[in-house]
Write a protein that binds this ligand. Structure first.
Ligand code: CU
Length: 144
């Protein structure tokens, strides 16, 4: 009796699991993803020059090794197909941004990731926290 009652539940779980698995497979098959890590410190980036290929999705991770909050802001870089825009955690002055701006924020000792499709060109990236860009938190992303 008990098995009769629980088996549909198990079957449903298996079905849901299969769907989840299929979705995961589809996602990983499109694994031509460029992964880039930019480390932020107080007050610099490493690296400050990043090269990317166009028409290949980018997964950009910002690792904050500083004590202050930092972000990476790149106006014009995204082709407007951001998959998972991330704004991390913590207080951050939200500047109005257009859809082609790539923006990712990481609090101290944290990391955050953003995914986007890069447009061809040369773009300056910088930290939008007041004063940081002027202090040297800037770099260049080249997409070829
Ligand atoms: Cu900063």
């Amino acid at each position: 009796m008990k098995t009769l009652l629980t088996s549909p539940v198990v079957l449903l779980a298996v079905l849901l699991g299969a769907v989840g698995l299929a979705t995961a497979c589809t996602a990983s098959q499109a694994s031509t993803v460029q992964t880039v890590t930019i480390t932020a410190r107080d007050l610099s980036y490493a690296p400050s020059l990043v090269a990317l290929r166009s028409n290949v999705p980018v997964r950009l991770t910002l690792v904050n090794e500083g004590v202050l909050e930092h972000d990476v802001t790149v106006p014009g870089l995204s082709a407007g197909e951001a998959v998972a825009p991330s704004h991390g955690t913590g207080e951050h002055a939200m500047v109005p941004m257009t859809s082609d701006t790539v923006h990712v924020v990481a609090s101290r000792a944290e990391r955050a990731t953003v995914e986007f499709m890069p447009q061809r060109g040369s773009f300056e990236f910088y930290c939008a926290v007041p004063g940081h860009r002027e202090a040297g938190m800037r770099g260049t992303i080249r997409v070829m």
